[in-house]
Design a protein. Structure first.
Length: 266
């Protein structure tokens, strides 16, 4: 293959991977959605090779599950998965700031861009624009990750960040967003990092992860309530009235303003 052919294929591979990742993050490819290399190749009008490579790249990032016979499937993350992501990221960041002089190098020339990302993420969150919020939030954390001296740690944190949004996006679209429940600490965090104020960095990150875990608690409680047997299942004599009561309760808990309504920036 000629060098230009290799560049073209690699560019196609990245473009397809980026396009599919955007579809997943936008919630247009929901969890459990199955597709094959052939279907994606026909959709984008390209050969199978760059599509296959792109899908394997997304599988390696944990966004897709692959099956030899059924093709690929958008991965379904559970609340337990999300909780584990938040805890893993918290542990890694705590480790980074135990001795930041050896693990983190803040470059002043990079702060202006990160401040812009932070401001845009906060405005999108307050405006309820989920697509814009996800984009700026991911850029914000990715650019912060460039201050981490160990590239493997930075890549790991970025991977977890994307996976957390894959978990969150369809739940946020399903239940709506309440700005009072969103985490708006981007700007406070970047200013603490700019001042090298490690105590405030810890405080901002503790607030962030506490928010994530509190949302996980609410989601677990909601799922437990939804999966609990209704009155009609436990008592045959109260069939119709029990069903009506259960329906009313479910409608109330599904309101965007309810305690179960998610509103966390992944």
């Amino acid at each position: 293959m000629s060098p230009s052919g290799g560049v073209t294929r690699n560019t196609l591979r990245q473009q397809i991977a980026d396009a599919l990742r955007d579809e997943v993050l936008a919630g247009r490819l929901p969890p459990g959605r199955e597709f094959t290399v052939k279907q994606i190749a026909e959709q984008y009008g390209v050969s199978a090779t760059p599509v296959r490579e792109a899908l394997f790249d997304l599988s390696a990032q944990g966004l897709l599950a692959s099956d030899q016979h059924r093709g690929f499937q958008v991965r379904e993350f559970t609340v337990a998965d999300y909780r584990a992501m938040a805890e893993a990221r918290a542990l890694v960041v705590e480790g980074l700031f135990r001795n930041p002089a050896e693990r983190v190098a803040v470059r002043p020339e990079g702060l202006a861009s990160i401040r812009r990302r932070a401001g845009e993420a906060v405005r999108a969150a307050k405006g309820g624009d989920l697509d814009v919020l996800i984009g700026y939030d991911l850029r914000f954390w990715r650019e912060l990750g460039q201050f981490v001296l160990n590239p493997y740690i930075a890549d790991f944190l970025t991977k977890l960040r994307v996976q957390a949004w894959v978990f969150a996006v369809h739940r946020l679209r399903r239940d709506g967003m309440d700005e009072n429940l969103l985490w708006f600490g981007h700007e406070e965090l970047v200013e603490a990092i700019a001042r090298c104020d490690h105590e405030q960095v810890h405080a901002a990150m503790h607030s962030y992860y506490a928010h994530a875990l509190a949302w996980a608690d609410r989601l677990e409680a909601r799922e437990a309530e939804e999966n609990a047997p209704g009155p009609s299942e436990s008592s045959g004599s109260s069939g119709s009235s029990g069903s009506s009561g259960s329906s009313g309760s479910s409608g109330s808990s599904g309101s965007p303003a309810s305690p179960e309504a998610p509103g966390h920036c992944a």
